[in-house]
Design a protein around this ligand. Structure first.
Ligand code: B16
Ligand code: MG
Length: 216
């Protein structure tokens, strides 16, 4: 029995959400906008362009397209500066055992991320070869909760939506998986991710018998 396991990146495989936060916070500070960790929850799984709009709305700032483009470049450069030295230690606890278990069981594995920086992150953390397909922010035109990213991933793997399982840390991503009729697994707080079919605080709470139940 072969199933398609589709993983989100930021907040599921790697702990890069904290670097997105730092880079956005730096920009917000320069623009005189207060930007807290609570505000940051709204940016999870959301595209770069939309994230900036959310921050500008917070500050009540109207900006020209030219300024927005400049800030988007600046934010990404700051974000990338945090990624220069990352390695496999950035992978969240419990993730590698699950990836390796799925590989051992000949299951299909894909990435389904909104990030345009996904490939370099998978390379630096040394896990890019575990993925049978990669769909990221460079491939899709509709952001989560639109299911496009997961539909493309399942298609690349040759799997039906019903045989696809999605791991997500964002509300928008869980909604996208549900819309696509895929099995949604939330990684994080049940109070936030209650729309998911299953919820685990992190991958250390996922055991072999649960993965087996998904395969069979
Ligand atoms: P980038 P995911 C998402 O990645 C992040 O959760 C979100 O905070 C970020 O704005 C988005 O990627 C775009 O990232 O600026 O690197 O292209 O969670 O879908 O893996
Ligand atoms: Mg995420």
């Amino acid at each position: 029995n072969k199933k398609a396991f589709i993983f989100d990146l930021d907040g599921v495989i790697v702990d890069t959400a904290k670097y997105h936060f730092l880079a956005w916070q730096k920009l917000a500070q320069e623009l005189g906008i207060e930007f807290t960790p609570e505000h940051n929850e709204e940016l999870k799984g959301v595209s770069r362009v939309r994230s900036l709009d959310i921050i500008l709305e917070l500050g009540g700032i109207q900006a020209s397209q030219e300024d927005k483009n400049k800030w988007l470049i600046q934010k990404n450069e700051d974000y990338l500066s945090y990624l220069v030295d990352i390695d496999e230690s950035e992978i969240l606890p419990g993730v590698l055992p699950v990836l390796h278990y799925l590989k051992d069981k000949n299951q299909l594995i894909a990435l389904g991320s909104a990030s345009k920086n996904a490939r370099p992150i998978l390379e630096k953390t040394g896990i890019i070869n575990l993925f049978d397909a990669i769909v990221d922010g460079n491939d899709v035109s509709n952001a989560k909760p639109d299911p496009e990213v997961f539909l493309q991933a399942a298609k690349k793997l040759g799997a039906t939506n019903e045989n696809s399982i999605v791991f997500e840390d964002s509300v928008a991503g869980i909604q996208a998986a549900n819309i696509a009729n895929m099995t949604s697994i939330g990684i994080g707080e049940a109070t936030t991710l209650y729309e998911a079919k299953y919820i685990f605080k992190d991958f250390t709470f996922i055991d072999v018998s649960f993965i087996e139940s998904l395969i069979n």
